[in-house]
Design a protein around this ligand. Structure first.
Ligand code: SF4
Length: 384
């Protein structure tokens, strides 16, 4: 039976050429000519930037949804703003993900194929592989893995952001005859990730009409919206003002100096990912939060680090950070992984072990001790 696809939910699947009117003219040019559509486009950008969501009434027909989607991509490319680009990808992928919950398994496969995945389904087969799962209440269950995706297709999707998450590692999934077998929940996550990657690729390919005066006016308006929404984003990074050699490392008092430039490479890399508009993995977020909490930052200060991530959700992030800092539940304060575990999780960016210890916290303290010594020696030399 033919499967109907509601493209208002998945506008990224259609190319403009697949709709008669859009095949002739560029989407953003059509939008700019129509004041109603222009208004809708601005509202759409606002809801992406300010609330990280697509409102249900952001578009009302397939043609309109596709038009606005491609117009947003043009704007994203023209701003060159990585944070904005990642946020668009995230919002469209999360929006699609909510609709995927209600689709049949067959429809999920069709959508996967339209997104370029090499995937098949084995519903009703007697020998569907099953994955053993232990629930939180310690109940053991077997979940059928009826979605089979070729290893090549699978790795193309997970290699971008999910590579550090053990759930998606091949060794933790059923792999047979060149296919990875996934349960519905994991396959939906793979689809969501595929949408995220596709949106970013399409932004890269976009060719906005930079010579159009109307487009320039619209772009200026969007850039203003962007800068207003992100005004405080980097405020925290300016909190180190005094020159290093005159600052106490705080080692004697048990409060450590917070200086990102002295962070071990693994932590610096996660901070850089956030600052450049990237989206760190769950494990990276955990380790950065545990590291920052261990060097003395309070929950608010740790949260500040995550506020610029594209999917920041104050309520969820606060709960997680407070949990990691030992302020909730069992009151257990978590430490960052050991260097060995960081390496095994693909989070250590250096070849050789950093000096000073076997975990990022010990390494940071070692760097501070050296700084403290250099500071003292400097004072002694000035005094003699
Ligand atoms: S060796 Fe340890 S502290 Fe250094 S970058 Fe790797 S994980 Fe971080």
């Amino acid at each position: 039976m033919a499967q109907y696809i509601d493209y208002t939910k998945y506008p990224f699947i259609l190319s403009p050429g697949e709709l008669p009117r859009l095949g002739v003219e560029r989407p953003v040019v059509i939008v700019l000519r129509d004041s109603g559509l222009r208004e809708r486009l601005i509202n759409l950008v606002r809801s992406i930037v300010e609330r990280a969501e697509l409102s249900e009434d952001s578009c009302s027909s397939i043609e309109e949804c596709v038009l606005l989607y491609y117009a947003v991509l043009d704007l994203a490319k023209a701003t060159g703003d990585k944070w904005f680009q990642n946020r668009i990808a995230l919002v469209y992928s999360k929006h699609a993900s909510r609709s995927l919950d209600r689709e049949s398994p067959e429809k999920l496969v069709i959508l996967g194929r339209k997104l370029g995945l090499d995937v098949s389904i084995f519903t009703g087969e007697p020998n569907i592989p099953k994955l053993l799962l232990v629930s939180k209440s310690r109940e053991v269950e077997f979940t059928p893995c009826e979605f089979a995706i070729t290893v090549t297709s699978y790795l193309r999707v997970v290699s971008r952001r999910l590579i550090h998450d053990q759930t998606y590692s091949l060794v933790n999934n059923i792999v047979s005859n060149g296919y990875v077998f996934l349960d519905r929940r994991t396959f939906q996550r793979i689809l969501e990730e595929t949408v995220f990657n596709r949106v970013l690729e399409k932004i890269e390919e976009a060719t906005p009409p930079l010579d159009s005066e109307d487009f320039k006016v619209l772009l200026a308006e969007i850039e203003k919206t962007l800068s207003e929404a992100r005004r405080d984003q980097y405020a925290r990074s300016k909190r180190e003002e005094a020159p290093k050699e005159d600052r106490s490392t705080g080692l004697e008092r048990g409060e450590l100096l917070v200086d990102e430039e002295l962070f071990p490479p693994c932590m610096k890399r996660i901070v850089d990912t956030i600052r450049s508009g990237g989206n760190p993995s769950h494990v990276e977020r955990f380790n950065l939060a545990a590291f920052l909490g261990s060097i003395g930052l309070d929950a608010e200060e740790v949260l500040d680090y995550f506020k610029s991530t594209t999917d920041f959700n104050e309520k969820i992030a606060r709960y997680q950070v407070e949990h990691i800092l030992g302020l909730r539940g069992g009151k257990k304060k978590y430490l960052p992984y050991s260097c060995e575990k960081m390496r095994a999780s693909g989070l250590c960016p250096v070849q050789e072990q950093c000096k000073g210890g076997k975990n990022p916290l010990a390494v940071y303290k070692y760097v501070l001790r050296r700084l403290e010594r250099a500071r003292r020696e400097g004072q002694d030399n000035r005094g003699s």
